[in-house]
Each structure stands twice: as structure tokens, then as C-alpha cells.
Design a protein around this ligand. Structure first.
Ligand SMILES: *Cc1c(COP(=O)(O)O)cnc(C)c1O
Length: 463
């Protein structure tokens, strides 16, 4: 399998290069040159052939074929999911009225990003080892991504990881999930500044070719193709392992990575009727899917902070396909959007999108009400991101035939304040989270100063 950039001007690469590169040299994102078809075994749920990890390896295999021996790849994927807190890895619960909840939060940091990053971290270490290289992963986080990336690569000999977070601006649980990891290759830095300041520092380091090469900087952000690839498997599992003939999915969306993986599964032959792109008050995608145009505005804070995003990077991969895989037109559209903050697609494309997609916006009051209502009806407790997906699904229930699966993206204990406000009591604390409250923290505190951060990173990697 070879990969091409959505902007058409970067070299075509093999999987291992795409994995390590992250973004393409022309500013685009890598996509597979063609969609493989799901095997009959994958579509049949892999009866009698092991658990979720084996199905996931089967679904991913055409994307990595040629990069690793099959049995080594299967071993890495099984190892990635061995530490999950539920034997089914991604269990599904029926809510009635054709609604299901797929729980994607049983990984080590209790959010759905673990499902991809636990695989990607292992592939990264494997790829570096085969090349005899090492890397320094640098990233900025406002919450869930930092801890999921740290857990994915902790204790790897050929990887150092440095995560910047805005000092005092991430929740205590989120900070402790990062700072209590006791591994020599993990380096947390609290920056005096905002999340955007942290992100700017990271961008400035990547923009410095000397520093970048010297430190072998790398990223595992959500535009990395390997993350999307790993997420396609649970869409297949939702349909094939539960005997559904087809399904629709309601996906709480931020950077568009999760739902794009569903799109990939549909392109591979999974029978999906509709994707409901669920947003909070930051509803730029709702505008887009309902009107074919969108305009950027200020990011507004909500109860579902991991979805407080205006520019959803992974949408570029869908636009590229809607433009018949024409990289030059995709580049024009996205460069225009960056310059003006506005984008419109033509009537043919918006017509095509309206057949398989809808955008639904859910505000904070509805989010709280959805948590409270489900709790009242079933005793189940969900987090505010999942609640956005559930409220969007209930509102769309009559517009879709057949089963409708809501993606549950975080454990409620990660967002305890919002949950307590909805149901009047704090959610139960799983042992993994209770533990981080006890353990000592390790974190460097630095000013918002590029030179200071660079010399700190150089010290970390010199160990
Ligand atoms: C990251 C995240 C999302 C958004 O996922 P995208 O792939 O960026 O659309 C939703 N919910 C939670 C809990 C997250 O951590």
C-alpha cells in the first residue's frame, strides 16, 4: 500500500515513512492511494478467531502489508489491547429504541485516543528499531492527548517524549495522568501561558530545521494516518460482532479523526447508512454538513473541552475525496479557507454529503440534560462528550432506519464536575484514576520562552 498527499505535491510514501512523517511536506495529509476491501472474515466479525485485537489486525492489515511480517504485526496489536480494562476492549451496550453505546474508553487513560495511540506507539518504536534510529516526540496538550501519547510510548528505549501543557489550565486529573508517569523517557513541561502558546512553541521547534534534525523531532498528532487507520477497526466491530446488517453512527467530533475512520470503514465496504457529526457550541461542522459552507469564529469553552475546536484538520481527507482526489483543487480550497476563514463547496458535493452525513449541534444545557436523562432511565453514567453524541442521536433517531450507534469517547470520571452537576453526585472513580491522585508528580515549570524550552529538551534527550 502506498500513500499520497491530499495536496498532490509531496512524494508518494510507504506506510513506515507516513507513520514517522505525520504531515506531508506540501502541508497536506497522507491518505491511502486506494481503499482496500474488508475481507469476508472481517465483515463476519471473525467468528471463533480470537477477540477484538485479532479483528483489528485483520482490518488494518491491507494498510501495513509490506511494512511488517503479519505475525509480528498481530503480536503488536494484541499487546496494544492486552492492557485494556474490559475483555471485549470496545464493548457495546444496547439502550433501546435501536440505540447502542460503544464504549471506547477502557484504555489506560480512559479516553478513546488510547485505542489508536496504543497501537501507534508500538508501531513507532518498531519502525525506529528496524531503522536503528531514535526520536523525540514533542507535543502540546490541552487535555486528553498528552496523557494518551505518554502512555503509548512510556519506557520505550528509542523514544523520548516531551509534552507541554499550559500551567494551571488543565484539570488536576488530566495533569496528574501525565505527571505521575514514572518513566525515564517521559518529560512534562508546564508552560506559563495558554494552550495556544504551547502549540506555538511546538510549531516553532518543528520550523527550525537544525533543531528538528539534531533532536530528531517527531509527532503523533491526530493528523497521523496511522491513528485514523487504527480507529477503523471499531466501526467494523460495531456492525460485524453484534450481528447488525447495517448501522448509523453518532460521533462526538473535534478534529474529525474519529468519524473519518468511520468513513474509511464505509469506503472499505462496511454497510453504514449515515454518520451524525455531533458538535458542541463550536458548530462549524454543523454548518458545513447542513449547508456546504463554513466560517471560522472564536473557540468557545464548553462542558466538552476536547471538542472545543474550530478548524478540524482531518476534514481535509474527506474533502480530497469529494474533489475526486484532485490534490491541486484540495490545496486551493484549503489555502483559501486559511486565508479568508471561509469555505464553500459546490452543490454537487453538498448534495452528495447530505446523503450520507448530517451535522448536529448540541449546547451545554442539552448535554447536561442528556447525562441526567440516561441516568434516570437506566442508571448509566456518561461523560459530556458522549452526551453530545447521544443527544444528537436522539434528535436524529427518526431520520435514520436501523440501529444507531453512539460513540462513547471518555470515561465519566475524567469529567467529574460536569457529571456531578447533571446527576447530583460524583461519578465512581475507577482504580486507575484513584491511583494518580496518590502518586508523586514530575514536571518542569518553564516560562513561555522558546530558547528555554529548547535547551530543556536538549537536556532531556542528552540523558
Ligand atoms: C479527542 C476527543 C474527541 C474528539 O475526537 P476527534 O477525533 O478529534 O473528532 C471527542 N471526545 C473525547 C473525549 C476526546 O478526547
Amino acid at each position: 500500500m502506498k500513500y499520497a498527499s491530499t495536496r498532490g505535491r509531496a512524494p508518494v510514501l510507504a506506510f513506515g515513512d507516513v507513520l514517522l512523517a505525520g504531515m506531508a511536506a506540501d502541508g497536506g495529509l497522507y491518505v491511502p492511494r486506494r481503499w482496500p476491501s474488508l475481507s469476508p472474515e472481517a465483515l463476519g466479525g471473525f467468528p471463533g478467531r480470537g477477540g477484538y485485537a485479532d479483528l483489528a489486525a485483520e482490518v488494518m492489515w491491507p494498510f501495513v502489508d509490506g511494512a511488517y511480517p503479519r505475525d509480528r504485526f498481530e503480536e503488536l496489536v494484541r499487546d496494544a489491547y492486552a492492557g485494556f480494562g474490559h475483555s471485549e476492549v470496545v464493548p457495546m451496550v444496547e439502550l433501546g429504541d435501536g440505540l447502542w453505546l460503544m464504549e471506547l474508553f477502557h484504555g489506560p487513560t480512559l479516553a478513546f485516543k488510547d485505542i489508536a495511540l496504543q497501537v501507534v506507539g508500538r508501531l513507532f518504536a518498531e519502525e525506529l528499531a528496524r531503522r536503528g534510529e531514535r526520536a523525540t516526540i514533542v507535543g502540546a496538550t490541552s487535555g486528553d492527548t498528552g496523557s494518551a501519547a505518554i502512555e503509548a510510548v512510556r519506557d520505550r528505549e528509542n523514544i523520548q517524549i516531551v509534552i507541554l501543557h499550559p500551567r494551571g489550565r488543565v484539570s488536576e486529573v488530566q495533569r496528574r495522568q501525565m505527571t505521575t508517569v514514572d518513566s525515564a523517557n517521559v518529560h512534562n513541561v508546564a508552560i506559563d501561558g495558554t494552550f495556544d502558546d504551547c502549540q506555538d512553541l511546538v510549531k516553532a521547534m518543528f520550523a527550525d530545521p537544525v533543531f528538528r534534525d539534531e533532536q530528531r523531532l517527531s509527532a503523533v498528532n491526530s493528523i497521523n494516518w496511522a491513528r485514523v487507520m487504527a480507529q477503523t477497526a471499531y466501526y467494523v466491530a460495531a456492525v460485524s460482532r453484534h450481528g447488525l446488517e447495517q448501522a448509523s453512527f453518532s460521533v462526538p467530533t473535534g478534529n474529525f479523526g474519529n468519524v473519518l475512520a468511520g468513513h474509511a470503514a464505509r469506503q472499505m465496504g462496511l454497510p453504514v447508512e449515515r454518520f451524525i457529526v455531533a458538535s458542541n457550541r463550536n458548530d462549524i461542522l454543523t454548518q458545513f454538513f447542513n449547508s456546504g459552507s463554513m466560517a471560522i469564529s472564536e473557540v468557545r469553552p464548553t462542558l466538552s473541552p476536547s471538542m472545543d475546536i474550530q478548524v478540524s484538520s482531518n476534514l481535509e481527507r474527506l474533502l480530497f475525496e469529494m474533489l475526486d482526489r484532485d490534490g491541486i483543487r484540495t490545496a486551493e480550497l484549503l489555502e483559501g479557507f486559511r486565508a479568508t476563514g471561509r469555505m464553500r463547496v459546490d452543490a454537487r458535493i453538498s448534495g452528495e454529503l447530505s446523503r450520507g452525513w448530517s451535522g448536529v449541534r448540541v449546547d451545554d444545557a442539552e448535554t447536561t440534560a442528556a447525562i441526567a436523562e440516561l441516568h434516570r432511565q437506566t442508571g448509566m453514567v456518561i461523560d459530556p462528550h458522549t452526551a453530545v453524541g447521544l443527544a444528537a442521536a436522539r434528535r436524529s433517531r427518526r431520520a435514520v432506519d436501523g440501529p444507531l450507534v453512539v460513540m462513547a469517547t471518555a470515561h465519566p470520571a475524567k469529567f467529574a464536575d460536569a457529571v456531578e452537576a447533571a446527576i447530583g453526585a460524583p461519578p465512581a472513580m475507577p482504580p486507575a484514576l484513584a491511583e494518580v491522585i496518590e502518586r508523586p508528580e514530575r514536571c518542569e515549570h518553564l516560562p513561555n520562552d522558546l530558547a528555554a524550552v529548547k535547551s530543556h529538551i536538549a537536556r532531556c534527550t542528552a540523558q
